[in-house]
Design a binder for this molecule. Structure first.
Ligand code: FES
Length: 104
């Protein structure tokens, strides 16, 4: 059995403004990761057997970012703002229904 029911990784890589490639934290992904982590905790959903939010380095889908990935399903998302993250939390992490409009 998996230690967490669902495990979410947010890329927070930042190559800086002069890179040829985009990077997720240029779009504020670290702040979104913080928001998701707090939201999960506030909802009482964090911990063993529940949901874990972690940061990740580059996941190599930079051009489609900012990105996060949800396991065990392996569902990849992009997002714009906190409301998109709220939808991923409510629909997928809690309800088990992926948010198709945000999938990449
Ligand atoms: S910088 Fe986020 S996937 Fe590469």
């Amino acid at each position: 059995m998996s230690h967490y029911q669902r495990h979410v990784f947010f890329c927070i890589n930042d190559r800086g403004p002069d890179s040829d490639r985009p990077s997720c934290n240029r779009c504020g992904s670290a702040a979104i990761r913080d928001y998701a982590k707090k939201r999960i905790k506030d909802l009482g959903l964090s911990g063993a057997g529940k949901i874990r939010v972690n940061q990740a380095g580059c996941l190599d889908r930079c051009e489609q970012g900012p990105v996060c990935v949800v396991y065990p399903e392996g569902t990849w998302y992009t997002y714009v703002d906190e409301s998109d993250v709220d939808e991923i939390i409510e629909s997928h992490l809690v309800g088990g229904v992926p948010v198709e409009r945000l999938e990449i």
